[in-house]
Design a protein around this ligand. Sequence first.
Ligand SMILES: [Zn+2]
Ligand SMILES: [Zn+2]
Length: 358
Amino acid sequence: MEKKDYYEILGVDKDAGKDAIKKAYKKLALKYHPDRVPEDRKEKYEEKFKEISEAYTVLGDDKKREQYDSVGHNAFNQGFGNSSSGSRNFGGEDLSDIFRDFFGSQFGGNPFRNTHHANVGDDLQYKLIIDFEEAVFGCEKEIEIRKNVSCEFCGGTGAKDKKLEKCDKCHGEGRIEINQRTPFGIFRQVADCDECEGSGKIPQHKCNHCNGNGIVHEKIKIKIKIPQGIDNDQVIRVEGKGDAIKNGKSGNLFLIINIKPHKIFKRDGEDIYMDFEINFSQAALGCKISVPTLTGTKKIKIASGTESGTIIRLKEEGIENINRYRVGDQFINLKIRTPKRLNRKQKKLFEELAKLEE
Ligand SMILES: [Zn+2]
Ligand SMILES: [Zn+2]
């Protein structure tokens, strides 16, 4: 079979840069990730996912890409020849590593993890935007998401009166045998029964609310505790709050934290940074200033003869680490404000000063 062009698979130009290739892959990989696709399209998506991963393994690597550009698929036939189902080894590289790079280890090493456990709902992802202070001190949030939930009218059974009877098709076994005729003979394959979806039971009377599916797609509210010290792009895993699935376990919900910038503080890990302006005379003579901290204001002493760009460190006035093993510091960058407009008196004083300095 003729192999498809890798550039075509990723939908990028032949002269696309590394970043563009990475971006295109990431987008497609998220779309076709086997953990997140509809049950009925899983196999098709898995094939597609492998295809794009294979393309990226080559085009994302300068050396392999060069080889591919000059000799095409022939350069890789050995490694990629038959990527039979379940194989995730493309040209000697474990795909899970690529995945970890992109999505962090929270998403699990093996992207095909769920394919053979059909009874786990899809994992969901949600970008949660919180305020700077909410991240620093922790908070409780309520989010609203649309997802598959177990039908409350039938308790997820799909049966109006919650009464189930033995499935006729599989005689309650949940599994059926399929005989497949091939040129090499007949192969017997065991698969989940499509009538009862592997449970061996079907409703006597279908539940009207979920049409017998046991699952409905609804907007629901979820309360989430955000731990103090959480940082941008960190992920909170909420067990069992992903998509529900009939006769199975719900997937997980992954909250990706996005922190709004603060109007004064900048954050770097547990430390916070800020600029603070003082004027000429304050810098020259020394003074006391009131600076904002995370917990209020603090009076600090500025020594006489302080230069612009002096950094003052307030120990442990930063953010407490999410694991509570360290409290960061606050750094204040002092900037000396040069007066732009002087009144007559100020001008006179500066002139006198200038004379003294000559
Ligand atoms: Zn059945
Ligand atoms: Zn129902």
